[in-house]
Design a binder for this molecule. Structure first.
Ligand code: FEO
Length: 395
């Protein structure tokens, strides 16, 4: 059980998934995760804000039982993804009086995903309110902080922002409040931002003033600890969504027989010579969450790749596809490639990049092992990167 009291009448009633090792079958989890949901008992009515991953529904039901909840007036769905909505059918069955409160975009999604009946919904508009008696819940539509239907619930009198996925972290801990944690939490929050929120950073940045204007005293997301000093996470998000770049190059690479790796290592040394940070990722054991974290402030990516049957190595195809999904702010892309007899790799690489518009730097395409002239080209590539970074004011 993981019932935690936030203050009188307000409880965290979700679950801690200590041992989950990946999310969306895509990103590794190093610290487990939590599925947070919150119970608010007003003087006249009560509300459950979000639900829980279905496999942990017994935890939510146990917590409501411990609180003596016999009836729910409102169940609020801030986000339709199943780790927060998946227990709605059971909750609505157990609490037949409860109205399911959500917005017009979320309603059809919840119906499609969970086959929920029309009559249970109470659809609200942006800035609509519901009274619980002494307390007021305000709904703030904030689409695309993860899916198109996302919204927040704000408990006005206590200034608690129930922010859904935004400001979350995949961080399992028995300590509810963020101030009890050390820097490791903020590494986890950055990883979560990079994996989940980075593609939506412009939406977050453009809505930031709206969040600040609420003056939240607590931020209670659906994953990880509750921020009892919201200014800390708000400041980090302002930084992560700022688009500020560092003098850095990410180098994802895969090398079948060592030729590409020789070029990558040579480039790394030449970047270091020029005072540029180099961050290589060997694709045979890459952690895409770590790669995503590095993307936040990286202006330049150089891919190092071997040919397989004339095309790029499938491991690189996967990573380029992932990068494309992330819509990074990357401004320059370089290529170090080795092939045996012929190659369409450059076409493949360039056509993999559609969601962002980098400048392609002069590629170094090598037949077999790199020769003296190829190393000269890599020297030039390093010079070009330095020049580009200088023009960005970061070198
Ligand atoms: Fe935690 Fe987008 O769900």
């Amino acid at each position: 059980m993981s019932l935690r009291k936030i203050m009188d009448g307000i409880y965290a009633v979700g679950g801690i998934d200590w041992h989950r090792t990946s999310f969306d079958e895509l990103t590794p989890l190093h610290e487990g995760t939590t599925y947070n949901c919150y119970y608010v008992q007003g003087s006249e009515k009560n509300a459950l804000i979000d639900t829980i991953e279905p496999k942990m529904m017994h935890v939510l039901l146990g917590n409501l039982n411990r609180l003596g909840v016999k009836k729910l007036d409102y169940v609020i769905s801030n986000h339709a993804e199943q780790d927060h909505s998946g227990s709605l059918p059971k909750i609505l069955e157990i609490f037949p009086e409860a109205k399911l409160v959500t917005n017009a975009k979320a309603k059809p999604m919840l119906q499609d995903l969970l086959l929920l009946p029309e009559e249970r919904f109470l659809v609200i508009e942006d800035r609509a309110t519901l009274s619980l008696g002494n307390w007021t819940l305000e709904f703030i539509l904030f689409p695309w902080v993860h899916w198109p239907e996302t919204m927040f619930t704000f408990l006005r009198e206590k200034k608690i922002l129930f922010s859904g996925d935004l400001f979350g972290s995949h961080y399992a801990s028995s300590e509810l409040f963020a101030s009890a944690h050390d820097e490791a939490l903020y590494d986890g929050a950055k990883r979560y931002f990079a994996e989940i929120m980075y593609p939506f950073r412009q939406n977050i940045a453009s809505g930031f003033e709206k969040i600040l204007s609420l003056g939240p005293s607590l931020i209670a997301p659906t994953h990880g600890p509750v921020y009892d000093k919201p200014e800390v996470i708000l400041s980090l998000y302002r930084d992560w969504t700022s688009g500020v770049m560092r003098n850095k190059v990410i180098i994802p690479f895969i090398s079948m027989h060592g030729s590409t790796e020789v070029m990558v290592n040579y480039l790394i040394d030449r970047l270091i010579d020029r005072g540029i940070e180099a961050v290589p990722f060997h694709l045979s054991h890459v952690d895409v969450g770590q790669l995503a974290m590095e993307l936040i402030d990286t202006p330049t990516v150089v891919v190092g790749v071997s040919a397989v049957l004339g095309g790029m190595h499938p491991a690189m195809a996967y990573i380029l596809y992932f990068l494309n999904l992330m819509r990074p702010g990357v401004k320059h892309v370089g290529v170090l490639a080795s092939y045996g007899w012929g190659s369409k790799m450059l076409d493949h690489i360039q056509s993999s990049i559609t969601n962002y518009k980098p400048e392609f730097l002069e590629p170094v395409m090598v037949k077999g092992f790199p020769k003296e002239g190829d190393f000269v080209l890599i020297d030039k590539l390093a010079d070009t990167i330095l020049e580009k970074h200088r023009s960005l004011g970061i070198a």
